[in-house]
Ligand binder design. Structure first.
Ligand code: F6R
Ligand code: ZN
Length: 182
């Protein structure tokens, strides 16, 4: 990461969406407590596949800055539930935008009261208002990739989602994603 103040720059994500900054890899074993079917989750640990990767731009997470990242969620299900990100809420309430790049998926939002679901495809912009927890789900059979842009002072709280859930579980249904309240 560059130290603030950051100069104007052109940030390149290559064809594999690998940026000049770090790439975070989340395997199945990193997703404890997320999937409803614990036995299916435990069985998947034998292979421990990569569920998603997050490639970050070199812009720092600092006040006033606007960092970006590209997430790739690999296709798959655990006990019928689609592959998804951990999900988090920003401790400092800040808006965020997602832009769908390839594949299909959805953006699940939860304000602690009522969940919302935004279907995503290439070209879709999903808007996350301040104060809404968010999680992304791959509902297709190819990698789902999106760009995220968020204020650098937002912070990330993952415990909130483990405590409160996300309002829906997203399972594979006969006619696309099946949203089950929980
Ligand atoms: C940043 C943001 C995304 C996610 C990424 C991985 O605020 O919302 O870049 O961080 O899609 O998801 P999590 O962070 O929930 O593991
Ligand atoms: Zn976020």
């Amino acid at each position: 990461f560059v130290t603030p103040p950051v100069p104007p720059m052109r940030i390149t994500f290559d064809a594999r969406m690998e940026p000049s900054g770090p790439v975070l890899t989340r395997r199945m074993s990193d997703l404890r407590g997320l999937f409803a079917d614990t036995a299916a989750w435990e069985a998947s640990l034998a292979e421990d596949p990569v569920v998603y990767e997050v490639a970050s731009s070199p812009v720092p997470e600092a006040e006033g800055e606007l960092p970006q990242s590209i997430t790739t969620i690999h296709p798959g299900k655990v006990g019928g539930e689609f592959h998804m990100t951990k999900g988090h809420i920003h401790p400092r309430p800040r808006g965020e935008i997602y832009l769908g790049l390839s594949g299909v998926g959805g953006l699940l939002l939860f304000d602690g009261d009522k969940p919302e679901w935004i279907p995503m495809e290439p070209g879709s912009i999903g808007y996350i208002p301040p104060g809404w927890a968010h999680r992304s789900v791959n509902t297709g059979d190819e990698p789902y990739r999106f760009l995220a842009v968020y204020p650098g002072d937002a912070g990330h709280d993952y415990e909130w989602v483990l405590r409160n859930g996300m309002g829906y579980r997203v399972l594979g249904g006969a006619d696309g994603p099946d949203l089950r309240p929980f």
